[in-house]
Design a protein around this ligand. Structure first.
Ligand SMILES: C[S@@+](CC[C@H](N)C(=O)[O-])C[C@H]1O[C@@H](n2cnc3c(N)ncnc32)[C@H](O)[C@@H]1O
Length: 198
C-alpha cells in the first residue's frame, strides 16, 4: 500500500511512543559533533539544536558548557525533552515557519533537515542563515546518498547536494561520510557537514 507521507506524524509519535525506542534515539552526544567541537576548541557560546526531539543532544551540549536552545515542531517532544533536563531552553517551533527571534553562534541539526520537504529547503536555509551570526557554524547530520532508499523516511544527500542547497548563505568547510547512531540494528549511512554562515 502506498504511504501518504515519507515521515511519521511528528506530533503523534511523541505522544504514543517511548523516545527510547525511536530509531534516532541516542543518549550520548553525536560522535561526529563531539570531534568537530574538540577539533575547533569550541566549548562555549549559544547553541541552537534544531529538531531536538528527545532533547538528548541538547542536554549533552549543555553539560559541555554551551547555552542551549532546543526547538521542535512537536509539542510532545518538547514536553519530554523538558523532563530530561532543565538546563536547556526548549521551544516549540517549526523551522520552516519559524517564529524564533535572536542569534546563535552555533547550530546542530541531527536528522531534522533530512525530513524537510524539498520545496521547503530554501526556507530552511534562509531561516538558519538568519538565526546564525556571520561566521557561525551549522553542524548538519543527514542520511547519505550511500544509504539504501527505503521508500520512506529521510531524504538522502551527497556533499554536492549540500553545497548546492546551502551555498548561497553558507560555505561548506567539512563533509564526512559517516553513520547515524540510534537504535536500529545497523546504523544508517550518514553525511556530516560543517557549514559556515557567510
Ligand atoms: C529524526 S528526529 C531527530 C531528533 C533529534 N535531533 C535527535 O537527534 O535525537 C527528527 C526531529 O525533527 C523534528 N522535525 C521535523 N520537521 C521539523 C520542522 N519542520 N521543524 C522543527 N522540527 C522538525 C521531528 O519532530 C523530530 O523530533
Amino acid at each position: 500500500m502506498e504511504r501518504k507521507s515519507r515521515f511519521p506524524d511528528w506530533k503523534m509519535i511523541y505522544e504514543t511512543e517511548p523516545v527510547e525506542s525511536m530509531a534516532w534515539f541516542c543518549r550520548e552526544l553525536d560522535s561526529d559533533l563531539k570531534r568537530a567541537l574538540e577539533q575547533r576548541g569550541l566549548h562555549q557560546g549559544r547553541f541552537l539544536d534544531i529538531g531536538t526531539g528527545p532533547g538528548t543532544q541538547a542536554s549533552e551540549l549543555s553539560h559541555l558548557g554551551f547555552a542551549v536552545t532546543g526547538t521542535d515542531l512537536s509539542p510532545g517532544a518538547i514536553k519530554k525533552a523538558q523532563k530530561l533536563t532543565s538546563s536547556v531552553r526548549f521551544v516549540e517551533d517549526d523551522i520552516v515557519h519559524s517564529k524564533l527571534q535572536g542569534h546563535w553562534d552555533l547550530a546542530f541539526d541531527r536528522g531534522c533537515f533530512h525530513c524537510v520537504e524539498p520545496k521547503d529547503r530554501p526556507t530552511y536555509v534562509e531561516t538558519v542563515s538568519r538565526l546564525l551570526v556571520p561566521g557561525g557554524l551549522l553542524f548538519l547530520k543527514t542520511f547519505s546518498w550511500k544509504q539504501e532508499d527505503w521508500g520512506y523516511g529521510p531524504w538522502r544527500f551527497t556533499s554536492q547536494d549540500i553545497e548546492d542547497l546551502f551555498g548561497a548563505h553558507f560555505k561548506c568547510i567539512e563533509s564526512l561520510e559517516t553513520e547515524y547512531q540510534g537504535t536500529l540494528p545497523q546504523n544508517p549511512k550518514a553525511l556530516f557537514s560543517v557549514l559556515e554562515r557567510k
